[in-house]
Design a protein. Structure first.
Length: 326
C-alpha cells in the first residue's frame, strides 16, 4: 500500500516560511510528441542546461497529483509541492528531471485537480517506465549529450518504476530504490494483518476473517483487472493489477549499482517485504546492491516527535549522492 506523502510550502511576498523553496517558475517544460501519445517532462538546473553533464531523474509515488498546487490570495501565495527536494542542493552539473503522469498538469493555480479517464486508462508500471525511457533518450540526444552519470531515484510507487526502467534502459548508471517493497504490492496487505495480530490489536480469529476478506478482494480485482470504475484503497482495479509485478524480479536483472532504502516506521511498505531484496541478491550471488535501513524514518523519511515532523529527505539524498561518487 503506497501513498504519496507531500510537503507543504508557504510563501509570503519573497520570504520563504516553509522548508524548501519549490521554485515552480524555474522549471523548463518539454514535450515528446508521438503518434498516439504526448509525454510532458520538466527540467530544473542550478546552471544552464547546456553546461550540465549528468542527469538526475525523480520518479514520484502514486496518485493523480500535479507536482505543484498553487493558491494565490492577494499578496500571499501558498504552494503545496510533491517534489520534496531542496533544489538548491542539486549539484550544478546535473539537470533534475520530473515527468508528468498521463493527463496530469505540472501545476494548478487556484483550482482543485480531478483526474480524468485519460489518467486512469494509462496508470500502469509499463507506461510509466516507458515514459521515463523515452525522456532519457530525448535528453541524451538533444540536451545532455554523452552524460557522465544518469541517475534514477524512484520513491514509493516510483521505486517499482525505477526497477522496471533499469531493465529497459541501458544508459542508466545508478538507481535509487526508495521506500519500495521487494514482493508484489498485494503481499504487503497480508503482512500488515499479521503484524496487527502480533501486536495484539487483532486476535487470530479476527485476523483470519480479515485475511479471508483480503484474499477475496484480490480475487475480485484480478477477475476484473482492467476496470477503471471500481476502486480499492484509493486506486482502480486496473492500477492494482498493472502494478502487481514483484520489483525483485526486475531488480535482479539490473547490473548497475542500486541503493535500496528501508524504513523502520514505514506504514505504507512493511520493512519485512523490503528485506526480500538483500536476501535474493545474496542468494543469486549479486553484489551490486547497497541496502540501507533507517530505523526511525517513516515512508517519506520523516521522524515524528509529538506529532511534529522532522524531515530527513535531503539527508538521505545527500548520502545517496555521495554513494554515487564512491
Amino acid at each position: 500500500m503506497k501513498y504519496c506523502q507531500t510537503l507543504l510550502f508557504l510563501f509570503l511576498s519573497i520570504n520563504l516560511l516553509g522548508q524548501f523553496n519549490p521554485k515552480p517558475d524555474k522549471y523548463q517544460h518539454y514535450s515528446i510528441i508521438k503518434k498516439k501519445d504526448t509525454i510532458n517532462f520538466h527540467l530544473y538546473s542550478n546552471d544552464k542546461i547546456e553546461n550540465t553533464n549528468s542527469i538526475l531523474l525523480f520518479l514520484q509515488g502514486s496518485g493523480p497529483e500535479p507536482f505543484m498546487n498553487i493558491k494565490k490570495e492577494g499578496k500571499m501565495t501558498y504552494i503545496k509541492s510533491h517534489i520534496p527536494f531542496d533544489l538548491e542542493k542539486i549539484p550544478k552539473n546535473f539537470v533534475f528531471v520530473v515527468i508528468s503522469k498521463k493527463g496530469i498538469p505540472f501545476s494548478t493555480i487556484n483550482s482543485e485537480f480531478k483526474a480524468t479517464k485519460l489518467f486512469y486508462e494509462n496508470e500502469s508500471l509499463e507506461y510509466r517506465a516507458n515514459q521515463a525511457n523515452e525522456v532519457l533518450k530525448y535528453l541524451i540526444r538533444n540536451l545532455v549529450k554523452k552524460p557522465k552519470k544518469i541517475i534514477a531515484i524512484g520513491h514509493s510507487e516510483g521505486s517499482d518504476v525505477a526497477a522496471k526502467l533499469g531493465t529497459i534502459n541501458k544508459d542508466l548508471t545508478h538507481i535509487g530504490f526508495w521506500s519500495g517493497d521487494g514482493n508484489t504490492q498485494y503481499y504487503d496487505f497480508t503482512l500488515f494483518i499479521r503484524k496487527e495480530i502480533q501486536k495484539g490489536t487483532l486476535t487470530e480469529n479476527q485476523g483470519k476473517v480479515k485475511m479471508d476478506s483480503l484474499l477475496n478482494q484480490l480475487k475480485e480485482i484480478e477477475a476484473d483487472e482492467n476496470s477503471i470504475s471500481k476502486f480499492w484503497e484509493g486506486h482502480t482495479f486496473r492500477r492494482w493489477t498493472k502494478f502487481s509485478e514483484a520489483a525483485i524480479d526486475n531488480l535482479l536483472q539490473i547490473k548497475i549499482p542500486i541503493f535500496v532504502t528501508a524504513c523502520g516506521k514505514d506504514e505504507s511498505v512493511p520493512i519485512e517485504s523490503t528485506y526480500l531484496i538483500p536476501i535474493e541478491f545474496i542468494r543469486h550471488k549479486k553484489n551490486n546492491l547497497t541496502f540501507k535501513v533507517y530505523p526511525d524514518y517513516d515512508h517519506s523519511f520523516i521522524i515524528w516527535q509529538k506529532n511534529k515532523p522532522e524531515y530527513h529527505w535531503m539527508d538521505v539524498f545527500e548520502e545517496f549522492m555521495k554513494w554515487t561518487n564512491d
